[in-house]
Write a protein of this length. Structure first.
Length: 256
């Protein structure tokens, strides 16, 4: 009894490898028994397709020869590409998000707010100390439900002049009257830690441009939240002139 063991990997098995194919694992060997001088010669194994191997193959197919022979011829196609015992691929996904900052103020970036009458103590019954001075502070809150930026940013309050200015051109005693009105602006919003490289909890911001100053800035990471701008004109120590006190300030949210 003869047992034939066949060993094959995952490559396709071909009965006969194509001659000269660089991608074939060739099975091309066998054995024959010859006799010289009247006695048998032990069998030899011939490997390869040339010389004795070719002769051995011919004998194996020749039923009329007086030489016993067997030969195996076959092969399989080798891997196309490297065989490493594992395989896979890396996929890189990219998408770009535009840098954007937002502050919703309707369809107008410039707004004018009139306090109307700034109440003063008027009339001759008020007494000389209180005459023409402010009765109470004036206040304004500007609220929006959307402000923020999707990258590192600065929130800045600024103004060209620190105070509201009165255009009254009359002369006045500056010891008891003033033609300016100091005011304070506070921006309140939920910001974030600046330039940390990772997410952090929101931070309550109260950015204050104090009276007498012309700017205030706070740096943030990406954030979005409602924002209120609180404006307060405190009661002055000196009396007010007739006419209109006016001025402006600017809020800027800017990517940095």
């Amino acid at each position: 009894m003869k047992t034939i063991n066949l060993l094959a990997g995952v490559a396709a098995v071909a009965m006969i490898a194509t001659a000269g194919s660089a991608s074939a694992d060739v099975i091309n060997y066998g054995q024959h028994q010859n006799s010289f001088l009247g006695f048998p010669v032990p069998g030899t194994t011939n490997v390869g397709g040339g010389g004795a191997g070719t002769l051995n193959l011919a004998r194996a197919y020749n039923g009329g020869t007086n030489i016993s022979a067997w030969h195996a011829l076959g092969g399989s196609v080798e891997d196309i590409g490297g065989a490493e015992g594992k395989d896979g691929a890396t996929f890189t996904l990219k998408g770009t998000v535009s840098t954007d900052c937002a502050y919703y103020s309707g369809n107008n970036n410039t707004e004018t707010f009139e306090f109307g009458q700034l109440g003063i103590y008027a009339g001759d019954e008020t007494g000389p100390a209180a005459a023409f001075t402010m009765v109470a502070p004036a206040a304004l809150t500007i609220q929006t439900n959307l402000a923020g930026c999707n990258t590192n940013n600065s929130v800045t309050l600024s103004r060209a002049t620190a105070d509201l200015q009165n255009g009254n051109s009359s002369g006045f005693d500056q010891a008891v009257f003033q033609d300016t009105l100091p005011y304070r602006v506070t921006a309140r919003y939920t910001g974030s830690a600046y330039n940390t490289g990772n997410g952090t909890p929101g931070v309550q911001r109260n950015l204050v441009m104090e009276t007498g100053t012309v700017n205030a800035t706070e740096n943030n990471g990406a954030w979005k939240s409602p924002m209120s701008l609180d404006v307060v004109i405190p009661v002055t120590t000196r009396a007010l002139l007739a006419g209109e006190y006016s001025g402006s300030f600017t809020l800027e949210i800017k990517a940095i």
